[in-house]
Design a protein around this ligand. Structure first.
Ligand code: HEM
Ligand SMILES: *[C@@H]1O[C@H](CO)[C@@H](O)[C@H](O)[C@H]1NC(C)=O
Ligand SMILES: *[C@@H]1O[C@H](CO)[C@@H](O)[C@H](O)[C@H]1NC(C)=O
Ligand SMILES: *[C@@H]1O[C@H](CO)[C@@H](O)[C@H](O)[C@H]1NC(C)=O
Length: 418
């Protein structure tokens, strides 16, 4: 049953969006295997930094308890404290060296630059969940969801539970590269990473570089939002980016995972702002996290992503339902079609029951949460995300890890893997 459904669905999508499977290095297009990131291409294994000295991140202590999140378990969920804590030298900023991996996510880059994640950019499930709670006061449910999607479903290793926060570091993340094939890390395209990002080029337009900071885009974001990176401003800018990518990128693909782009944008005004700015998402604060530095001619260049001075994190945990509420609100400011460009024309897609003919039918935060749930636990994602093909074991793990209270209470339809 599962196999039939999955083949039927994948063949359809492969035919409708051929570029999704024709990306360089992707083998076995019929089955849509895991993306095999090619050697010397951007984000590939050949030029991925290697640090022989992998040091575990320093966990919370009695002296510096943060949220008390340890061992992948829920912490206190009470924020509003200074990060890094005064005197906590283990979590001071240190710029990455050329042996350290950084990637498309400013939140994780900053976490690694402050030692909340391993400074070499190789992390694991437990470390991610702890760091997200202690540093950002992200809710346990959301931290668990993001860690599960990134490691298990998309970009990491389901046995070691390790993932690279950037390029392909299969030799360090994989239990056995011969068995697992390549593990692209968070740079992997059309898995977690997607088109029309805030400050990163589309994979196709950037010739494979979908992870480096682009100062032109940061400048556009700053102009469009008027320097206040709130829901309204980012709603405008997300729309601008969508239109731009759809016009400029012949391989533009905005599948159901496109909803993640709205979630990430909400992190800018929900997770980055500081109590010392009364939680206003200011230009200065946002620029520090993104590592955006303005030059005298007004252009923006990149320096390492960094927690701003005197930063106190958000007070209440940012939960899964909080983020889906923001996704919905931001999306509704400028509803756009889900689908991709094929031979110069946009083709909408179906992701029943939430997306029909490219139009979204999900109407509540719970619907959006269920959409995300179906995306990562159903068989459908292997096609609609492009190249995600989670194994049965991975799906079982994902169901157990994130299936609990977070989604079952929302009345989501039973996932198709059952
Ligand atoms: C386990 C936790 C997290 C994971 C696995 C994760 C993963 C990712 C990935 C794969 C992207 C690339 C998406 C794309 O642009 O196509 C991304 C983007 C982004 N993330 Fe994260 N992230 C996490 C936590 C955070 C946190 C805590 C913050 C903020 C404090 C954050 C802020 C952002 C922002 C603003 C972007 C968009 C960047 C841009 O497009 O320029 N993320 N994240
Ligand atoms: C992740 O790494 C930590 C060390 O920082 C280790 O204690 C833990 O067992 C690892 N977790 C997983 C799920 O492998
Ligand atoms: C940065 O983004 C702009 C606007 O999309 C684009 O024209 C430019 O080529 C990008 N720069 C780099 C270095 O990729
Ligand atoms: C940080 O806080 C200290 C003490 O309150 C203050 O002296 C300093 O100016 C602040 N720095 C910034 C960049 O706001």
């Amino acid at each position: 049953m599962r196999t039939i459904w999955s083949i039927a669905c994948c063949a359809g999508v492969a035919a409708a969006f051929p570029f999704v499977v024709r990306q360089e290095g992707i083998k076995n297009a019929h089955i849509l295997q895991r993306q095999q990131s090619g050697g010397y291409q951007p984000g590939g294994p050949a030029n991925c930094p290697f640090n022989p000295n992998h040091e575990f991140p320093v966990p919370v202590t009695d002296e510096f308890p943060y949220n008390g999140a340890k061992g992948g378990l829920p912490g206190e969920g009470v924020g509003g404290y200074l990060v890094p804590a005064a005197g906590d030298t283990a979590h001071q900023f240190i710029a990455p060296t050329d042996q350290d991996i950084r990637g498309p996510c400013p939140g994780l880059n900053a976490a690694a630059n402050h030692g909340f994640l391993a400074r070499d950019g190789i992390t694991n499930y437990t470390e991610l969940i702890d760091a997200m709670q202690n540093m950002y006061n992200m809710g346990y449910d959301l931290a668990n969801f993001l860690a599960t999607v990134s490691i298990i479903v998309a970009d990491g290793d389901i046995v070691t539970k390790k993932v690279s926060i950037g390029c392909d570091a299969t030799t360090r993340t994989s239990i056995n590269p011969l068995l697992t094939g390549s593990e692209p890390g968070l740079d992997g395209h059309n898995k977690f990473e997607g088109d029309a990002s805030l400050t990163r080029d589309d994979y196709f337009l950037g010739k494979g570089d979908n992870f480096n900071f682009n100062g032109t885009l940061f400048g556009m974001m700053s102009d469009t939002t008027g320097g206040t990176f709130d829901l309204n401003g980012l709603g405008e800018y997300r729309y601008q980016r969508y239109v731009q990518s759809r016009q400029e990128n012949p391989n533009f693909y905005f599948g159901p995972l496109g909803t993640f782009q709205y979630g990430a944008a909400s992190f800018v005004y929900e997770l980055m702002p500081s109590g010392s700015d009364n939680y206003v998402p200011t230009l200065e604060n946002t620029a520090s996290f993104f590592g955006a530095q303005q030059q005298s001619d007004g252009t923006w260049t990149h320096v390492p992503d960094r927690i701003p001075e005197n930063w106190t994190n958000r007070v209440t945990p940012y939960s899964l339902l909080d983020v889906t509420a923001q996704i919905l609100e931001m999306y509704l400011k400028h509803p756009v079609g889900f689908g991709g460009n094929v031979n110069g024309a946009f083709v909408g897609l179906d992701f029943p029951p939430y997306i029909q003919g490219g139009n979204i039918l999900a109407a509540t935060p719970a619907d959006f949460a269920c959409l995300l749930y179906q995306l990562v636990t159903g068989q459908i994602p292997s096609s609609l995300n492009g190249v995600i093909t989670p194994s049965v074991e991975a799906l079982q793990f994902a169901l157990t890890a994130i299936g609990g209270a977070a989604f079952t209470n929302l009345g989501c339809p039973i996932p198709l893997t059952k």
